[in-house]
Design a protein around this ligand. Structure first.
Ligand code: MEV
Length: 304
């Protein structure tokens, strides 16, 4: 019997990088998913395949399988197939999504049940193991879905009560390495602690303010633009990302910023009533636009 689990990608609306230093962040699940199909084998081999080119050697899938075996206290040979509706390693949370979908699919095949809280925890452990450092942001959002306010110091995750957020994501076509970007921010901070700590703290204040704005149904564009400037200051911007950000704003987006680790990857624009125009403007600059909406459902078993 084949079991398929899926988990959504994510956009970080506010607070990437600063969240690694304990500041709050806001992220939302998107309506593009990764599917992990698992079937027991007669031997003890693990055979992994995918429709997209994922990272060499599938480190997230392998680590997720190992931790799931440990959690359930059982293991077996598996055929695992991965399918994705969005580009991997693009800053849209493919690593966390593939990790938590693998945990749910394998635990289900083994007849075990893992509460969502523990699926998120295992997903976070996988990311830390493979990347060195990771906040709980991506693993929480892809497990739970919706828009979340993350307070990493207390490991608190709160749902943000928000209606539809009209977004356009622009992909540069080049993956940024989260591990390397997190390390580069850390190096910049070591050389300039008094300056960097103030920037990181300001990003956290933006996330706190944005939560209120979102809950009141207000316009978060201005705060996104400020956040973008501060991400540039952290050194994770690129010329391409900036071009898409400015093109999106000129096409009528209320705000636009890098989303995720930067250094390539994606930007996101908040574009009420202007999604098509903004998508077109990003395309004109050579980017790959993706009109996305917030997905309420996190990791799940696909039936049928
Ligand atoms: C990556 O999606 C977001 C970062 O803040 C890293 C993390 O939170 O683990 C750059």
């Amino acid at each position: 019997m084949t079991v398929t689990a899926s988990a959504p990608g994510k956009v970080i609306l506010f607070g990437e990088h600063a969240v690694v230093y304990g500041e709050p962040a806001i992220a939302g699940a998107i309506d593009k998913r990764i599917y992990v199909s698992v079937e027991k084998r007669g031997d003890n081999e693990m055979n992994i395949s995918s429709s997209h080119e994922l990272r060499d050697g599938y480190p997230y899938v392998k680590a997720a399988a190992e931790l799931t075996f440990e959690y359930i206290g059982d293991g077996c040979g598996l055929d695992i197939n991965i399918d994705s509706e969005f580009p991997p390693a693009s800053g849209l949370g493919s690593s966390a999504a593939v990790s938590v979908a693998t945990v749910l699919a394998i635990s289900t095949v083994l007849g075990g049940k893992i509460p969502k809280e523990d699926i998120a925890r295992l997903g976070h452990m996988v990311e830390k193991k493979v990347q060195g450092a990771a906040s709980i942001t991506d693993s929480s959002v892809t497990t739970l879905g919706g828009v979340l306010f993350i307070k990493p110091k207390l490991e608190i995750v709160e749902a943000v009560n928000v209606r539809e957020i009209p977004l356009v994501v622009g992909y540069t076509g080049k993956a940024g390495s989260t591990k390397e970007l997190v390390e580069s921010v850390n190096a910049l901070r070591e050389n300039n602690p008094e300056v960097l700590d103030a920037i990181i703290h300001s990003i956290g204040r933006i996330a706190v303010k944005a939560k209120g704005v979102l809950e009141e149904g207000g316009d978060m564009g201005e705060l996104m633009n400020i956040n973008h400037g501060l991400l540039e200051a952290l050194g994770v911007g690129t010329e391409k990302l900036s071009r898409y950000v400015y093109a999106a704003r000129e096409a009528g987006a209320a705000g636009a910023k890098i989303t995720g680790a930067g250094g390539g990857g994606c930007m996101a624009a908040y574009a009420p009533n202007r999604q098509d125009e903004v998508a077109h403007a990003i395309e004109e600059e050579g980017g790959l636009p993706l009109i996305v909406s917030i997905e309420d459902e996190g990791v799940r078993i696909e039936t049928g």
